[in-house]
Design a protein around this ligand. Structure first.
Ligand SMILES: Cc1cc2nc3c(=O)[nH]c(=O)nc-3n(C[C@H](O)[C@H](O)[C@H](O)COP(=O)(O)O)c2cc1C
Length: 303
């Protein structure tokens, strides 16, 4: 029997496509819509301890092959997110709570709340490229990553995933720190630091000047990171970056991903992208006599 089901660090997903953080993950209702559209898992928008406004506009630049965003991690804070989680849980699709903080203690508090709210796992955002003091600023330091992951692991019973940035030459060292600290999975990658300039206004377009590039423009970067990580750590890897069709998912899985996340494609192609991808995966499996997607994870390393 052909199955799209995958097991990710003990979480059962009906298919390997997960909604990436920051795209339609702000409210319980929007998460429900993505579940109805066929996603196998849902990651919330990254949530912090306190409400945050984020940056003033413009926060998003649309390019032919992706976006550059610098939202500044806007959100209602963890207390108010309880209600959204209550709604999202009605989907029966595993919800992964994405968290941002600067220090281990705050990550631990947030993770404990997410576990109480019913999250199937937490995803630590160690990789946002444009929020001062958060994300990438902690996620490129293996020692900081080790203490954050081990502190969260000591406090919750649900799987702990670490979302890494491609904006470092220490990617593999950081991943090894996640593994050494007992992390359950690695998510790779967050956006690539980038910018765009208005030639009319003669100034950077984004309020924050720089932001994170996503979409097909970064697929090659994401794939390379997943491939390198598969050689370096034994943890399951979730591939993210520029995934829009089933062929992209197959490439990521062959590079070593056990599951994938889809972000910008939801904006570029609409929610139908999830069914389009899973239908495509089923056709590929049928054509290649493949019963289980596990058979292709990492196969590109044999060459
Ligand atoms: C508008 C926007 C907001 C995002 N917000 C977050 C966020 O809050 N937390 C996070 O970990 N990643 C965030 N991301 C990054 C995505 O989750 C993903 O890692 C990245 O966009 C690459 O995947 P994609 O090419 O499929 O979009 C955001 C991306 C976009 C486009």
């Amino acid at each position: 029997m052909t199955t799209l089901e995958v097991d990710l660090a003990g979480i059962k997903l009906r298919n390997p496509t997960i909604l990436a953080s920051g795209v339609m993950g702000e409210t319980g209702e929007s998460l429900l819509k993505v579940a109805e559209a066929g996603a196998g898992g849902l990651v919330t928008k990254s949530i912090g301890l306190e409400p945050r406004k984020g940056y003033p506009n413009p926060t998003l630049v649309e390019l032919p092959d992706g976006y550059i965003n610098a939202m500044g991690l806007p959100g209602p804070g963890i207390e108010a997110f309880a209600e959204e989680m209550e709604v999202a849980l009605r989907s029966r699709v595993p919800i992964i709570g994405s968290l941002f903080a600067a220090i281990p203690e705050d990550f631990t508090t947030l993770a404990g709340k997410m576990e109480d709210y019913g999250a199937a796992a937490v995803e630590l955002n160690l990789s946002c490229p444009h929020a001062k003091g958060y994300g990438m600023e902690v996620g490129i330091d293996p020692d900081a990553v080790r203490s954050i992951v081990s502190s969260v692991k000591g406090a919750v019973g649900i799987p702990v995933m670490a979302k890494l940035t491609p904006n470092t030459h220490r990617l593999v060292e950081v991943a090894r720190a996640v593994e050494a600290a007992g992390g359950d999975a690695i998510v790779a990658v967050n956006t690539v630091k980038a910018m765009a300039i208005s030639v009319e206004a003669r100034r950077p377009i984004l309020y924050n000047r720089t932001g994170g590039l996503s979409g097909p423009a970064i697929k090659g970067v994401g794939l390379r990171c997943v491939y390198e990580l598969h050689e370096a750590v034994a943890l399951p890897i979730v591939g993210v970056g520029g995934i829009e069709r089933s062929g992209d998912v197959l490439e990521y899985m062959m590079a070593g991903a056990s599951a994938v996340q889809v972000g910008s494609a939801v904006g570029r192609k609409g929610l139908a992208v999830f069914r389009e991808i899973t239908d495509g995966l089923m056709s590929y499996m049928g054509a290649h006599d493949l019963g289980d997607l596990r058979e292709i994870v990492g196969v590109a390393h044999a060459h």
